[in-house]
Design a protein around this ligand. Structure first.
Ligand SMILES: CC(C)(COP(=O)(O)OP(=O)(O)OC[C@H]1O[C@@H](n2cnc3c(N)ncnc32)[C@H](O)[C@@H]1OP(=O)(O)O)[C@@H](O)C(=O)NCCC(=O)NCCS
Length: 162
């Protein structure tokens, strides 16, 4: 398991690269807990669906889960952040468990994913998703035109731009 540690507002957060079966399953649970916010597919993902999806997509995804950390072990899952390649662009998606929302972790994950990925990332955010819109406006993202302006707002990260 590949773990690194980041300091965040006085506590230590463990960052686990999504690559093992256990981390793919942790991602599934977090994705199901946060599904209402996403721009595509808001239903429940089963363990089998998740395994199939991962086998198909794993070479086009870089992702991490974020955990509380004590006594040298990751404890409770806080959230996830990933980027996925589609049509030549890398798209991000992040989610924070309802237990940890509103405490700055979404901001931490958004920033951390950009730094770890190290390139330009795109995001599509639903117009009714106020927290996600505010989060992208607050950070280093630029609003751009996109194909579904009546439903989604599109962003491109400035971090990682040449
Ligand atoms: C969007 C999401 C990741 C934000 O995570 P979070 O940990 O709650 O975010 P933060 O605490 O870092 O807050 C970031 C900013 O969002 C805004 N925000 C957070 N919660 C909010 C709420 N309930 N209502 C309005 N704005 C909110 C604030 O502007 C905040 O900035 P602040 O530091 O000035 O307060 C989280 O709500 C989530 O997982 N939602 C479901 C999945 C989702 O929508 N993913 C994004 C898809 S693009």
């Amino acid at each position: 398991m590949s773990i690194s540690l980041v300091r965040w507002r006085g506590s230590t957060v463990a960052v686990v690269k999504i690559e093992s079966a256990a981390s793919v399953e942790a991602l599934r649970k977090l994705r199901n807990q946060t599904s209402a916010g996403f721009s595509s597919f808001n239903g429940h993902i089963s363990a089998d669906d998740q395994k199939r999806w991962w086998e198909e997509m794993r070479h086009r995804i870089r992702g991490w889960t974020y955990w509380t950390y004590a006594e040298s072990v990751p404890l409770a899952p806080i959230g996830f952040g990933l980027v996925r390649e589609e049509d030549g662009r890398w798209w991000n998606s992040i989610g924070v468990s309802p237990d940890f929302q509103g405490r700055g972790f979404g901001s931490l994950i958004t920033h951390d994913v950009l730094v770890r990925f190290g390139g330009v990332v795109f995001a599509a955010v639903r117009l009714d998703n106020a927290p996600a819109l505010l989060m992208h406006h607050k950070f280093d993202w630029e609003e751009i035109d996109g194909p579904e302006p009546e439903r989604l707002r599109y962003f491109r990260s400035n971090t990682g731009a040449a």
